[in-house]
Design a protein around this ligand. Structure first.
Ligand code: ATP
Ligand code: MG
Length: 235
């Protein structure tokens, strides 16, 4: 810790649904930590949000605990309950304001993937975001990292090792009975199995719809066909 004298503490903030957390998230955080000489990265799972883009999101407590499990071995990774414990809808601006209050001597670095970067301008109080944190956009396979329309200052772009992993795909793989070993940390594989997350009977509507679409497109056989009403049970 370097509170008081010496350089200001440099704290990364990695927001996400983390449903589930995977190695794309962890590599991004680790690379930014190294490249920007951060002292730590705080993972901030989003709060209870019943739906995200029309799909049912896993309860926040599970997403939080998976993120704790995934980051436990790295002494410079921590997980915040801030958004989970905040009543109502969570906005990044509120999280950054709260972190500024909690860490008055720190410089904040908000980490975001190439898919999310263009959306920042639509976020609540977008103009103020840039004064609270330096933003770092990282590369993500399938997405172009582009700063068009975004401020000249207050934003850096960083190429990170390409991890073609998404939580959506991890969930779909569990639905399909495929392994998620090595896509997510071992402890997260075990957490998913222990709590029966993402199984067909608890799968979210859009994951199954996406899978159905894929099965049709790929002409997949009965092994991957879902029973008609195996969806939407929720948790
Ligand atoms: P979902 O498919 O459910 O949207 P996701 O894999 O996109 O999940 P999120 O929790 O939505 O994961 O993402 C949190 C943050 O991590 C976002 O800024 C996102 O752009 C970034 N991110 C996610 N996956 C990767 C990856 N493979 N490489 C780089 N950044 C990533
Ligand atoms: Mg996403």
């Amino acid at each position: 810790m370097r509170w008081g004298a010496g350089p200001r503490r440099r704290v990364g903030v990695m927001g996400g649904t983390f449903d589930p957390v995977h190695h794309g998230h962890l590599v991004s955080a680790s690379e930014v930590m190294e490249s920007f000489s951060l002292d730590e990265v705080i993972f901030v799972p989003t709060g209870e949000q019943p739906f995200k883009e029309h799909r049912r999101v896993t309860p926040a407590e599970h997403r939080y605990l998976m993120t704790v499990v995934a980051t436990a071995s790295n002494p410079r990774f921590t997980v915040s309950r801030m958004e989970i414990d905040r009543p109502g809808k969570s906005y990044t601006i509120d999280t950054l304001r709260e972190l500024k209050r909690q860490l008055p001597g720190a410089d904040l670095f908000f980490i975001t993937g190439a898919d999310v970067l263009p959306q920042i301008l639509t976020w609540k109080d977008a103009d103020e975001l840039w004064s609270l944190a330096h933003f770092i956009g990282v590369t993500r396979p399938g997405h172009t990292l582009d700063r068009t329309g975004l401020p000249e200052t207050g934003l850096s772009l960083l190429e990170v090792p390409a991890m073609a992993i998404s939580s959506t795909d991890c969930r779909a793989r569990v639905v399909d009975g495929k392994p998620v070993w090595y896509l997510v940390p071992d402890g997260v594989v075990q957490y998913i199995a222990k709590h029966g997350l993402y199984r067909p009977e608890t799968a979210r509507v859009d994951d199954v719809a996406e899978r159905r679409g894929r099965a049709v497109n790929e002409g997949t056989t009965a092994r991957t066909a879902l029973p008609p009403r195996a969806v939407g049970a929720g948790q």
